[in-house]
Design a protein. Structure first.
Lengths: 293, 366
C-alpha cells in the first residue's frame, strides 16, 4: 500500500492527457472564447473592440430575439413532454420478447439514424401544399387544406411533428432499458397483491424508472432547445419568424449579418437558459425524492 | 381462516419438455409442508403453480373446497414470500405491507391495525417508515413475511426464503418461522433444497425428484424409511454409504448379505423371494455404525479422512476392495487417518436397495 502510494506521481496524469487535451481544445477553449467574443464588437472581417455587456443589451432589446425565445420555449414545452410520454408509451407497449415487438422497436428507432436533411425532406413531402400527403388526405375527405408550413402556428407545429418523429427512438430505447431492469418478481408480488394494471403502472413501474424519466427529460430539453436544422429546412423560420428558434437567430445574426459578437452573446444566453432549465428539472426531482424519503 | 390444499393430477409441460408429471398431493388445514428436492426437480414450479404465477397444463388445484387454478393470483387467498423478498423498493415498510390491502379496498383503520399487529409479531415496528434499501437482509425478510401475514391468507407459500441469509440468521429465522406457524396455525408450504430446513420445519416433507413426487412423509419417516436410494442419499448428512451386495442368504430373522470387500453383514430385513442381488446395495448411515474391538465381528475400514465436528467424529474410509464407507465415532475419538478400525453395523438400521433403487427396511426398532 505504502509502496504504491509513494509511486503515485504526477507523470501518472499523462494517462488523462489525451482526453483532457480534446476536452480543453474543443470544449473549454471555445466556451471561453465565445464568452470573450460576446463582450466584444467583432465582425467576420474586422478586428475586435471590447464593449462590455453592450452585445447582451442589444440582444435582449431585440424583439426578434424575444420572439425566437418564445418560439423555442413553446417548442420545448410541447415537444419534450410529447417525446417523454410517447417514448414511455412505446416502450411499455414494446417491452415484450416477441418477434413482432423487436421488429417494431427497430422500426421506431430507425428514424433516429437519419440525417436532418432526410427527415425534413420526408416531412416536407408530407406537409407540402397541393401534392403533399396531408393535402391528399384533406382533399379525399373534402376538407379545407391547411398550409402546414406557411401558416402561423401550424409551421412550428409541423416542425414539432417532424422533430418528435425523428427523436422518438432514443427515449424509447432508454425507457426500454430501464423497464427491463425492473425485477420480474416485483410484478409477481403485485399480482399476488391483487394490483390492477393501473396500480401496477403508477405504483411500481413508473416509480421504478423515475430516474430514467428525469434523464430523458433533461436530455430532450437540452436537445430541443438547440432546434435548428428542421426549422431552417422546413419553414426557414417563417412565416414572419413564427417558427424561428434561438439557434436560427444566432445563425442569422452571426453568419448572415456577420455580427459575431452579438451572435456570441445570444449563444451565451441560450447556454444559460438550457442550464437553468436542466437544473430546475434536476432540483424539482431531487427535492421530491427527499420529501419521499 | 386457513384451509387445506388439494393438488390433483397436475402436469406441467413446456412444449415437449415435461417439468411436472401427474402430481397428486393433499395438504391438511394448518399443516406445514416442505417441498424438498435438488435443483430442477420442479418444486418451485409446483409452488408457483399454486400461487398462480405459472399456468397448469393438466389437472386442478383446490383450496378448501374451491377450485382456484382458474383464478388470477390475487384472488386465490394465498400469500407468498419470495426468495429475493420482492419488496417494492420505493415504498416504505408500512406501504409495502399495506399495498395488497389497499388494492382490495380494506378500510384504512383496518389496514393500520393489521400492519401494526404484524409489525409487533415480527418486531419490525421501528422499521415501518424505512424503505427496503435501508434494511438489512434479515429485516427485509421479516417485512416480506409481514406483507404476507397482513393479508390473513388461507395459505402461506415460501419460495426458498432463507437462502439469501447468512448461516446464523438462517438458523434463527428458521426457529422463528416454526414459532410463527405455531402461533398462526396457518397452512404453509415451504420450498427448499436445504434438508436441515426441511427436517426442522416440516410436519410433512414432500421429496421431489425428476418431475415426480418421490416420497411424502414426516421428517423421521423420510429419514428412517426412505422409499428409494435417491431419498436415502439425498436426505441426511453425511450421505448414506452404499455398499455393493454380492450375495444374499435368507435366514430366520432376516437376510445376511455378503458385501464385496467386507464379508457378511447380518440384517433383520425380510426380502421377497424373487429378490435379485444383482446391482443391489446395502445402505448404512454413519450414526448406525459403532467402532468395536478387533475380536468382535465387523467390517475392517481403512481411514482416509477424519472430520471432527465436536460432538461426534466422522471417519471417511475404504473397505478392502476400495468401497467407501462413512463411520461415526464419539467426539473424543483418538482415531487418526491411516488407522484400520473394525466397524459393527446395527442389523435393524441398515437398508437394502434393489437395482431400481427401491428400498427394503427392517421394521424392528433400532
Amino acid at each position: 500500500m505504502a509502496e504504491s502510494y509513494r509511486r503515485s506521481r504526477w507523470s501518472n496524469g499523462l494517462f488523462v492527457v489525451p482526453y483532457l487535451s480534446v476536452f480543453l481544445t474543443l470544449l473549454v477553449f471555445p466556451l471561453g472564447w465565445g464568452i470573450w467574443l460576446s463582450l466584444n464588437k467583432v465582425d467576420l472581417f474586422g478586428g475586435e473592440r471590447f464593449i462590455g455587456l453592450k452585445n447582451y443589451a442589444r440582444v435582449l432589446s431585440d424583439p426578434i430575439f424575444g420572439q425566437a425565445v418564445k418560439n423555442t420555449v413553446i417548442f420545448v414545452g410541447v415537444s419534450v413532454p410529447t417525446l417523454v410520454i410517447l417514448g414511455l408509451f412505446l416502450a411499455l407497449a414494446l417491452n415484450k420478447t416477441t418477434k413482432g415487438s423487436s421488429f417494431l422497436r427497430g422500426v421506431f428507432f430507425a428514424s433516429s439514424i437519419l440525417s436532418v436533411t432526410i427527415v425534413t425532406l420526408i416531412w416536407r413531402i408530407v406537409f407540402i401544399p397541393n401534392d403533399g400527403l396531408m393535402s391528399l388526405i384533406f382533399n379525399y375527405f373534402g376538407w379545407q387544406p391547411i398550409g402546414f408550413l406557411s401558416t402561423q402556428g401550424w409551421s412550428l407545429f409541423s416542425v414539432g411533428v417532424a422533430t418528435v418523429w425523428w427523436c422518438i427512438g432514443l427515449p424509447m430505447m432508454l425507457f426500454l432499458a430501464a423497464l427491463q431492469q425492473i425485477p420480474k418478481d416485483l410484478y409477481e408480488a403485485a399480482a399476488l397483491d391483487n394490483a390492477t394494471r393501473w396500480r401496477v403502472l403508477t405504483r411500481i413501474t413508473l416509480p421504478s424508472i423515475k430516474s430514467t424519466i428525469m434523464l430523458v427529460a433533461v436530455i430532450q430539453v437540452v436537445m430541443q432547445f438547440q432546434l435548428f436544422g428542421q426549422a431552417q429546412l422546413m419553414t426557414n423560420g417563417g412565416p414572419a419568424g413564427s417558427s424561428r428558434p434561438i439557434v436560427m437567430y444566432i445563425y442569422e445574426v452571426g453568419f448572415l449579418r456577420w455580427d459575431i459578437g452579438m451572435g456570441a452573446a445570444a449563444s451565451q444566453i441560450l447556454f444559460l437558459i438550457i442550464l437553468c432549465a436542466a437544473m430546475l428539472q434536476y432540483w424539482i426531482s431531487t427535492r421530491k425524492e427527499e420529501a419521499d424519503a | 381462516m386457513s384451509a387445506s390444499i388439494s393438488i390433483k393430477n397436475i402436469t406441467k409441460r413446456y412444449d415437449s419438455v415435461t417439468v411436472l408429471d401427474n402430481i397428486n398431493l393433499h395438504i391438511q388445514d394448518g399443516e406445514f409442508v416442505v417441498f424438498l428436492g435438488p435443483s430442477g426437480c420442479g418444486k418451485s414450479t409446483l409452488l408457483r403453480m399454486i400461487a398462480g404465477l405459472e399456468s397448469i397444463t393438466e389437472g386442478s388445484i383446490e383450496i378448501g373446497d374451491k377450485r382456484i387454478d382458474t383464478l388470477p393470483p390475487g384472488q386465490r387467498g394465498i400469500a407468498m414470500v419470495f426468495q429475493s423478498y420482492a419488496l417494492y423498493p420505493h415504498m416504505t415498510t408500512r406501504q409495502n405491507m399495506a399495498f395488497g390491502l389497499e388494492n382490495v379496498k380494506v378500510a384504512r383503520d383496518e389496514i393500520d391495525r393489521r400492519v401494526n399487529d404484524a409489525a409487533k409479531i415480527l418486531e419490525i415496528d421501528h422499521l415501518l417508515d424505512r424503505k427496503p434499501g435501508r434494511l438489512s437482509g434479515g429485516q427485509r425478510q421479516r417485512v416480506a413475511i409481514g406483507r404476507a401475514i397482513v393479508k390473513e391468507p388461507k395459505a402461506f407459500l415460501f419460495d426458498e426464503p432463507l437462502s439469501n441469509l447468512d448461516a446464523a440468521l438462517r438458523g434463527r429465522t428458521r426457529l422463528e418461522l416454526a414459532q410463527l406457524h405455531q402461533r398462526l396455525g396457518s397452512t404453509m408450504i415451504f420450498v427448499t433444497h436445504d434438508q436441515v430446513e426441511a427436517m426442522t420445519l416440516a410436519d410433512r416433507i414432500v421429496i421431489m425428484h425428476k418431475q415426480k413426487i418421490e416420497q411424502i412423509g414426516t421428517p423421521m419417516e423420510i429419514y428412517q424409511y426412505p422409499v428409494s436410494r435417491f431419498v436415502a442419499e439425498f436426505v441426511g448428512s453425511p450421505p448414506m454409504s452404499m455398499l455393493p451386495i454380492n450375495n444374499i442368504e435368507n435366514t430366520e430373522n432376516g437376510v445376511t448379505v455378503e458385501v464385496s470387500g467386507a464379508g457378511k453383514v447380518t440384517t433383520s430385513i425380510t426380502l421377497p423371494t424373487d429378490f435379485s442381488a444383482k446391482d443391489a446395495v446395502l445402505g448404512i448411515r454413519a450414526e448406525d455404525t459403532t467402532l468395536v474391538s478387533t475380536q468382535e465381528k465387523g467390517l475392517d475400514l481403512t481411514i482416509k479422512v477424519i472430520e471432527r465436528l465436536g460432538d461426534r467424529t466422522l471417519l471417511y474410509g475404504t473397505l478392502a476392495d476400495g468401497t467407501e464407507l462413512i463411520a461415526e465415532d464419539s467426539g473424543r475419538s483418538k482415531t487418526k487417518a491411516g488407522d484400520v478400525v473394525r466397524v459393527s453395523v446395527s442389523p435393524h438400521a441398515v437398508h437394502i436397495f434393489d437395482a431400481n433403487g427401491l428400498a427394503y427396511h427392517s421394521h424392528m426398532e433400532v
